[in-house]
Design a protein around this ligand. Structure first.
Ligand code: ADP
Ligand code: MG
Length: 612
């Protein structure tokens, strides 16, 4: 006997396939739930015992199977979802490989009970380790119920590698959440050891997110919504201050299938850059809808890694859409998700009329003409600027403006040199509350600004610009000041000396732990550079070292915190107006460099409600 190659028995082939598809109880839950969805169910119940190790049962009210189909469904490569290779490029169902049930049946004891709507009787199949034990007619409700007992009973090595019940349950919950989020219009129930963990009624996506993650997420989401020819994006993203240290609320779905996509994840993170507290992750629930023809789902048996034909373009679109969504809710009062049909903020779409912002400039103005200067009434006074930005957030008018498109335009340094009108009318005034907040009326209500955070944001962006343009805005000291530092601080300073020069510090090393400061970045509150340097160093040392943040960003952040006005400082009317103007000339006026909110608006409705 010289020939040694033979075909593997089905049971062995199935077990090998199971190695890829079925890693743990959670994989079974995922496959079965997906089958129920593909079967058109509107209600799906998942029951597990002992982390799914002893029992997983999935019951649905979908289309059910005929006797023959039920028997066939347990064979490998048996599927009703595709029939030819071309179908692989038009997949809208979750399953298509036809291997899940066969794989599961090869490593567990299965009872499949199913009845097609319209048939009087259903069928029940018992199968254990790929061996069919019986099939007989039964009375059962329409739909399908699959019962998986003792997963890996016949592969002790794999059973041994399962984690604790709690840990396996956690994985089941993750899979359950993903499927439940992608299908808000289906009712889902999850029960574990006789305890109901989730009972999710049919609803919309907003409500589904709230039902899954709890009420506190309610106020912290805004919708993301964009349509282009290659991808349609919708869903929700979380506020920066809601970002968590632990991952768990980051979800991408493509054509309603959960996917992991590290590259698009990066796109979302880039949009949040500089407004997230260090080491935190924003929540997002982003649904991409693309032509099935442009993706490849078939690269991994679990189908969570997906290849996109237009990856680069979609990266940019995800980034832009996230930015736009962030910008939009930067300053908008929180949305109440409890209110069904609550306001949806209009979004810029391809065909929207986007108007370029206009900045009225008096071209005849001559600052050296004394008389003219005296009578100068800037059309573009600081107050107008305030009203002007408000328009940006006012989507109720004709055509909405894209924030990203305008923010560059409002930033116009020359405007800051216009003379500030001291004779502002009463309604123009900004009130300082408790030497901490700036209050000013706006069209939609009362705007409250945190003075320190606002100044931090202004300085932060100014310093980043200095770095980017290599053009520091510095002020010189009349008399250079020498500062003696302790050894550690001195070493840190030497390390970042070049960057400090780039940001406007004129510092020279004098040896023996001493430096001399002859200039420092403009606009800090300190009159003595020595103080600024000291506070800066403290701040710099205490900010989280994080490879994600470059040294320069860390410097800009620390210097902004060190140099900003403190709480408790009284600000003059002029200063307050300058602060407000400069804030709204920032790219991200809504959040401090560490991701805390700077501005809130108390809506007029809220005020009226309180008077009722
Ligand atoms: P796939 O989902 O990739 O087609 P599966 O092994 O998961 O492969 O399922 C095989 C077939 O069994 C499916 O194509 C479907 O026709 C049928 N099937 C599985 N689960 C259900 C269910 N809950 N309701 C109706 N039909 C089902
Ligand atoms: Mg399937």
């Amino acid at each position: 006997m010289s020939d040694i190659i033979h075909l593997l028995p089905d049971s062995v082939a199935n077990q090998i396939a199971a190695g890829e598809v079925v890693q743990r109880p959670a994989s079974v839950v995922k496959e079965l739930m997906e089958n129920s969805i593909d079967a058109g169910s509107t209600s799906i119940k998942v029951i597990a015992r002992d982390g799914g190790k002893t029992l997983i049962q999935v019951l649905d009210n979908g289309c059910g199977m005929s006797d023959t189909d039920a028997r066939m469904s347990l064979e490998r490569h048996a599927t009703s979802k595709i029939s030819q290779a071309d179908d692989l490029f038009a997949i809208r169902t979750l399953g298509f490989r036809g291997e899940a049930l066969a794989s599961v049946a090869s490593v567990s004891q299965v009872t499949l009970r199913t009845r097609k709507h319209g048939n009087d009787l259903g069928t029940e199949i018992l199968i254990s380790g790929s061996v069919v034990e019986s099939q007989e007619p039964v009375t059962c409700s329409a739909g399908t119920s699959i019962n998986i007992r003792n997963l890996f009973f016949n592969i002790p090595a794999r059973r041994k590698f399962l984690k604790t019940n709690n840990s396996e349950l956690k994985h089941i919950i993750y899979e359950f959440q993903r499927v439940a989020l992608a299908n808000a219009d289906i009712e889902f129930i999850l029960e574990h050891n006789e305890e109901e963990l989730y009972n999710l009624p049919r609803t919309n996506l907003k409500q589904r997110i709230v039902h899954v993650f709890g009420k506190s997420i309610n106020q912290n989401l805004t919708n993301i919504d964009t349509e282009t020819s290659i991808v349609k994006i919708n869903g929700f993203i979380g506020k920066p201050e809601y970002a968590r240290r632990t991952p768990g609320e980051q979800f991408f779905f493509v054509n309603n299938r959960f996917m992991k996509h590290p590259y698009f994840h990066k796109a979302v993170l880039s949009a949040y850059e500089k407004i997230l507290p260090p080491d935190t992750l924003p929540s997002y629930f982003i649904f991409l809808d693309v032509d099935p023809d442009t993706i490849d789902i078939n690269i991994h048996p679990t189908k969570t890694e997906i290849k996109f034909e237009n990856e680069l373009a979609i990266f940019q679109i995800v980034l832009a859409a996230t930015r736009e969504a962030l910008g939009r809710f930067n300053l908008v009062p929180s949305i109440d998700f409890n209110a069904e049909g609550s306001i949806d903020f209009p979004v810029v779409r391809k065909d929207d009329q986007v108007q370029a912002p206009e900045i009225p400039v008096n071209r005849n103005y001559n600052p050296f003409d004394e008389e003219m200067r005296h009578n100068y009434q800037p059309d573009n006074s600081n107050r107008d600027n305030l009203k002007y930005w408000e328009k940006l957030y006012d989507h109720s008018g004709t055509g909405s403006n894209s924030l990203s498109g305008t923010s560059g335009a409002i930033h116009r340094p020359e405007q800051q040199s216009f003379p500030v009108q001291s004779s502002s009318t009463a309604s123009d005034s900004i009130i300082q509350l408790k030497n901490r907040y700036l209050l000013t009326p706006v069209k939609s209500g009362l705007m409250i600004i945190d003075q320190k955070r606002a100044h931090e944001r202004i300085l932060f962006e100014q310093y980043l610009r200095s770095f980017a343009m290599n053009y520091p805005v510095a002020q010189r000291t009349l008399f250079p000041e020498s500062v003696e530092l302790d050894q550690a601080d001195y070493l840190i300073l030497c390390e970042i000396m070049d960057d400090l020069h780039a940001i406007g510090f004129d510092i020279r090393d004098f040896g023996t732990n001493t430096v001399v400061i002859a200039g420092y970045p403009a606009d800090s509150k300190f009159e003595h550079p020595k103080e600024l340097l000291e506070v800066f160093l403290e701040q710099y040392k205490s900010t989280n070292t994080n490879i994600k943040n470059s040294v320069r960003e860390r410097i800009a952040r620390s210097l902004a915190v060190a140099g900003s006005v403190n709480y408790g400082e009284t600000l003059t009317q002029t200063l307050m107006q300058e602060l407000v103007d400069a804030l709204f000339a920032c790219e991200s006026p809504g959040y401090s460099p560490s991701g805390k909110p700077i501005v809130i608006i108390m809506g007029i409705d809220e005020v009226e409600k309180r008077f009722r």
